[in-house]
Write a protein that binds this ligand. Structure first.
Ligand code: C2E
Ligand code: CA
Ligand code: CA
Ligand code: CA
Length: 275
């Protein structure tokens, strides 16, 4: 039994070494990805829930790895955050998203996800200002998406950062709402423009009265505090209908459109006719 235990341990040790090695390899590859232009942005439409007219697009990062193909962000952003690579990568995302959006019709805004690491970076305000200036995008068309986790570390600093961002004229969305652990009190203190209801509350909402109750309460809460509310992960007509009936302002999800590569022409042709 002792022998078996040792073997099991050796097995886990091997697995661990393998995992560390994989991580290092990925970190190295990711370092080159920027220079080799392997990163790309896909854009997913966001629409008014009543008219279904498209109001903007969220930029979603993809890594086109030379051997592994297209890699989803959840599989490499943690490595980017731990290694600090998220700073140059995030800078690229911001600049690329603004540059592309500046070619779209003016009625479309662009949403950009910010990592908590970026949010705490002392150069964030400068980076955002720079991306706007270089692209010529009007600030009102840029929306940054942040998660609750950035608010729990240093309240005053976070509030200060948010205020400075707002002074640039951009909007802020609170992403993945309902999945974090912080209290609701920050909703009153922080200047969010939009509340994004997480997909975990939306999928299954039509079969689950409890989820419907949560969604209803979140929409009321957000709107009572002067925010617009958008639901993510809307995949079916009944889900859209429920959200529309609850006066959810906007929706995003496969029902409206999948994340896709976009150029100016595509943006122009995105209209209700395509839905
Ligand atoms: P998120 O911000 O919550 O983005 C929504 C995710 O849900 C996206 O996954 C999107 O493709 C997916 N999605 C959208 N509609 C539907 C639907 O109807 N059904 C289902 N099942 N899924 C849907 P994706 O693109 O894999 O991104 C995952 C996460 O990676 C994002 O979650 C975001 O937190 C992060 N991320 C993506 N791009 C960036 C980026 O440029 N910077 C940072 N820091 N994080 C990013
Ligand atoms: Ca997001
Ligand atoms: Ca989410
Ligand atoms: Ca997220």
């Amino acid at each position: 039994a002792k022998e078996a235990g040792r073997n099991t341990f050796a097995f886990f040790e091997d697995k661990m070494e393998e995992a560390i090695l994989l991580r290092r390899t990925m970190e190295g590859d990711l370092r080159n990805a920027l220079e080799n232009e392997e990163l790309q942005l896909h854009f997913q439409p966001q629409a008014r829930s009543d008219t279904r007219s498209i109001v903007g697009f969220e930029a979603l990062l993809r890594w086109n790895h030379p051997e592994k193909g297209l890699i989803a962000p959840n599989n490499f952003i943690p490595v980017a955050e731990e290694s600090g690579l998220i700073i140059p990568i995030g800078r690229w995302v911001l600049n690329e998203a603004c540059a592309q959006a500046s070619q779209w019709p003016e009625r479309y805004r662009v949403g950009v996800n910010l990592s908590p690491v970026q949010f705490c970076d002392e150069y964030l305000i400068q980076e955002v200002e720079g991306a706007l200036a270089r692209s010529g995008l009007t600030p009102e068309r840029l929306e940054l998406e942040i998660t609750e986790s950035v608010l729990i570390h240093d309240d005053r600093r976070a509030l200060n950062t948010l205020r400075q961002l707002k002074e640039l004229g951009i909007t802020i969305a609170l992403d993945d709402f309902g999945t974090g652990y912080s209290s609701l009190s920050y909703l009153r203190r922080f200047p969010f423009d939009r509340l994004k209801i997480d997909r975990s509350f939306v999928s299954g909402v039509t079969q689950t009265p409890e989820l419907a109750a949560i969604i209803r309460a979140v929409i009321d809460l957000g709107q009572a505090l002067g925010m617009e509310v958008i639901a993510e992960g809307v995949e079916t007509e009944p889900e859209l209908e429920l959200l529309r009936n609850e006066s959810c302002d906007e929706v995003q999800g496969y029902l409206i459109g999948r994340p896709q590569i976009m150029d100016g022409e595509t943006a122009k042709h995105v209209s209700n006719a395509n839905l």
